[in-house]
Design a protein. Structure first.
Length: 129
């Protein structure tokens, strides 16, 4: 029934296999003969660089429209949107949000297209954080 001469009994074989199974080793692995445990090295991935979406002040875009844009495209509540709008109005520029490049670019394009649709000169820019 058990004809492997390397192990004295089936119990000896089971005791050597169980650690490799519980540690995620492949049961067919030949490197696990002596019960050594191999640790897999997880590759490190870099986090993508983040970009600020900046809104520029202008003399023509209504404050209420700016609040609407901040709520619609940046998921700001009314109070947050109002604070950002006032910051843009008083200082000339304000941060709408910080995102990975693809998302920041998409949001900037959406805002610009929406502003053009309603004939407002609203401008947004991206700035690497």
């Amino acid at each position: 029934m058990f004809n492997n001469t390397k192990y004295k009994s089936s119990e000896d074989l089971v005791l050597r296999i169980i650690p490799s199974i519980t540690m995620g080793e492949d049961k067919d692995s030949k490197d696990d003969v002596e019960g050594n445990v191999k640790l897999a090295v997880k590759p490190k991935t870099k986090t993508p660089p983040l970009y600020r979406v900046l809104m520029m002040n202008d003399d023509y875009t209504p404050m209420e429209f700016v609040i609407e844009v901040l709520e619609k495209f940046f998921q700001k509540n009314r109070e947050e949107a109002t604070q950002i709008m006032l910051h843009v109005h008083q200082r000339g520029v304000g941060v709408c949000g910080i995102y990975a490049y693809d998302l920041a670019e998409t949001k900037a394009m959406q805002v610009m297209n929406y502003a053009r649709k309603y004939e407002h000169p609203l401008q947004v820019q991206l700035e690497k954080e």
